[in-house]
Design a protein around this ligand. Structure first.
Ligand SMILES: Nc1ncnc2c1ncn2[C@@H]1O[C@H](COP(=O)(O)OP(=O)(O)OP(=O)(O)O)[C@@H](O)[C@H]1O
Length: 566
């Protein structure tokens, strides 16, 4: 219970403490006031019912007409109140959702938490996209509607208990083990006892729901992810006739989803076996509880009916927990998923690195660097390597030795290994074999990770033409339309070279970044880079010798054992 309260407190705290939190809190108070207006409207309608039926009983035509007018005014004002409250609730919902989403994205991206958490063997955050897109929305909307409901019910409860207290002004007399007992206002105590027992039973029956809801969200996201992954690889699947394999993956994920769904609906059935009859008997049971008073002659028939109505009001209001149990379980499951995501993303800076990193010098130097895999397998070893600005170096080594891992270590991602990396803090660019293509236009993809405004469209188009993508530029026209789909492997690598030319970093590591180009194109592009960026240190990682029209220093990367033998 304390754990759940802590999760809600942390998440609500994030909404309230963020910029604009006070304005949102005021909006919440306004919505609460408007919601409480519904209690006032109910009380006014009860009064109106009495006045209207009295007028009817007395066949008082003008008074009946007046009451119809009052009714119209109550309904009009109440409708306006309801619509305004709903509108403002939805405004607040999107505002708080934006706040939570912004925080989730900030934490997910800070210190490259997204990368480190994806590597984690334990406590891995599954489906972060779902947590950011879906859980933030579900948490805010569920929390708002349940909180407003609870507040209006608490206020309604106070007025209904007062009414019940004044109506049930007779005691219940009992003879218990020879002792005469008198319970004054027993209807009020009976209402509380009745709801307490029923709530306990509801909780007992519905307890597994929270875990089942959480599991369901998790399996739904896994299923969606399998579909989304397939969508990004249509070519590969079609070429390898992988439809059946894909179907097997979808079906197995759907089976997992359906298996949990069956457990969920069975549990809902068990819970419903109690809550459904409860919901339908809640209006009748009071009558039976009030009967002793009626049979003892303490109350007339009309009073009995009044009493049972007041009792039902109290019980219905008190039963919020029972009626909302399913939604509350869903909300609690969402809150714990989202809170776990926020906590892990905040805490994650990756494992402690044993590689020493110094980021002050103006040269790039590796000293006695040994890289390992996370499970301790040795990868490459570099005894000494120094690269100065403007130099060109080719790092060569067999496949799987850890060349790409070296690039990650230099970038500060890979923590496993020993030795020292000295490098300037700024001015780096890392080009992987398959460049990342963000959503957007060709021009935006070329400017990535900077903005189009930084370079201007003309300069970007010129860079694209320089790397041999002029046809693409022409095809896209001036509009810079969505054009990044359908780029071949070689075209993608050309685009990455255009990025390099635009950003003009002082240090660049190209990991098989021209492997998809023919030798002549490779030589032309690398020479263009060398010519345009004379101050840039170019470190090429490749199995085979890169075709260049300039001098390049070859450096062998080897394994620890080979180094020791040498
Ligand atoms: N996150 C990881 N967890 C465990 N092992 C990893 C991880 N990343 C890479 N490895 C392992 O490290 C080894 C080196 O991989 P890496 O991609 O650096 O090799 P490479 O020399 O670049 O190979 P290639 O020339 O074929 O691209 C591989 O055996 C790979 O499986």
């Amino acid at each position: 219970m304390f754990k759940i309260a802590g999760q809600f407190q942390r998440l609500i705290g994030l909404c309230v403490r963020s910029p604009g939190g006070r304005a949102n809190l005021l909006l919440f108070l306004l919505i609460t006031a408007l919601t409480l207006g519904s209690v006032y409207a109910s009380v006014r309608l009860v009064e109106w019912t009495g006045a209207f039926y009295s007028a009817l009983e007395k066949v008082n035509g003008p008074e009946v007409l007046r009451q119809i007018g009052i009714f119209a005014v109550i309904i009009a004002l109440n409708s306006a109140r309801h619509l305004l409250a709903e509108y403002l609730r939805k405004v607040l919902e999107i505002r708080w959702r934006r706040t939570l989403t912004d925080i989730a994205i900030d934490r997910w991206t800070a210190n490259k938490a997204f990368w480190h958490l994806a590597q984690a063997k334990t406590d891995r955050i599954d489906n972060p996209d779902q947590r950011i897109a879906e859980d933030c929305r579900l948490f805010v909307s569920g929390m708002l509607s349940e909180t407003l409901d609870l507040i209006s019910r608490v206020v309604g409860l106070v007025s209904f208990v007062a009414i019940l207290w004044s109506l049930s002004n007779f005691p219940l007399s009992l003879a218990f083990v020879g002792i005469d007992l008198e319970i004054p206002h027993y209807m009020v105590w009976a209402a509380f006892l009745y709801v307490a027992v029923c709530s306990g039973l509801t909780h007992l029956l519905g307890r597994p729901l929270k875990r089942l809801f959480s599991e369901q969200q998790h399996r739904e996201a896994d299923f969606r992810y399998a579909m989304a992954r397939w969508r990004t690889s249509f070519d590969e699947v079609a070429l390898s006739n992988g439809e059946d394999a894909e179907k097997r993956i979808f079906r197995s994920r759907f089976d997992a989803l359906a298996a949990n769904w069956r457990k969920l609906i069975t549990r809902e059935l068990i819970l419903g076996g109690f809550t459904y009859p409860f919901n339908h008997s809640v209006l009748r049971i009071p009558l039976f509880i009030a009967l002793p008073g009626y049979l003892a002659g303490h109350v007339a028939f009309g009073g009995l009916m009044q009493l049972s109505t007041a009792f039902s009001q109290v019980v219905t209001t008190l039963s919020w927990f029972i009626f909302s149990y399913r939604d509350l379980a869903d909300l609690v499951a969402t809150a714990s998923r989202l809170d776990a995501f926020m906590q892990s993303a905040t805490a994650s800076t990756g494992p402690d690195a044993s590689i020493q990193r110094l980021e002050r010098s103006d040269v790039f130097r590796l000293n006695a660097l040994l890289l390992d895999t996370p499970d301790g397998r040795s990868l490459l070893a570099i005894e000494n390597l120094t690269v100065s600005p403007g130099e060109s170096v080719w790092l060569r080594g067999p496949s799987g030795i850890g060349k790409t891992t070296l690039m990650k270590a230099v970038a500060g991602l890979w923590p496993h290994g020993t030795g020292e990396i000295r490098r300037p803090r700024e001015g780096w660019m890392f080009l992987p074999q398959k460049p990342y293509l963000p959503l957007g236009t060709l021009v935006e993809a070329t400017a990535y990770p900077s903005t189009v405004e930084r370079f201007g469209e003309e300069q970007i188009r010129a860079a694209l033409c320089d790397v041999g993508l002029e046809q693409r530029v022409v095809d896209n026209g001036a509009a810079g339309l969505e054009a990044t789909e359908g780029l071949s492997g070689g075209e993608l690598q050309r685009l990455a070279i255009a990025r390099l030319l635009l950003h003009a970093p002082r240090w660049a590591i190209l990991d098989e970044a021209t492997s998809a180009l023919d030798p002549a194109a490779e030589a032309k592009l690398l020479s263009l880079v060398r010519h345009r960026l004379p101050q840039t240190a170019l470190i090429l990682i490749a199995h085979r010798a890169p075709q260049t029209l300039f001098d390049i220093r070859a450096v062998d990367v080897t394994t620890t054992q080979a180094l020791a033998a040498a």
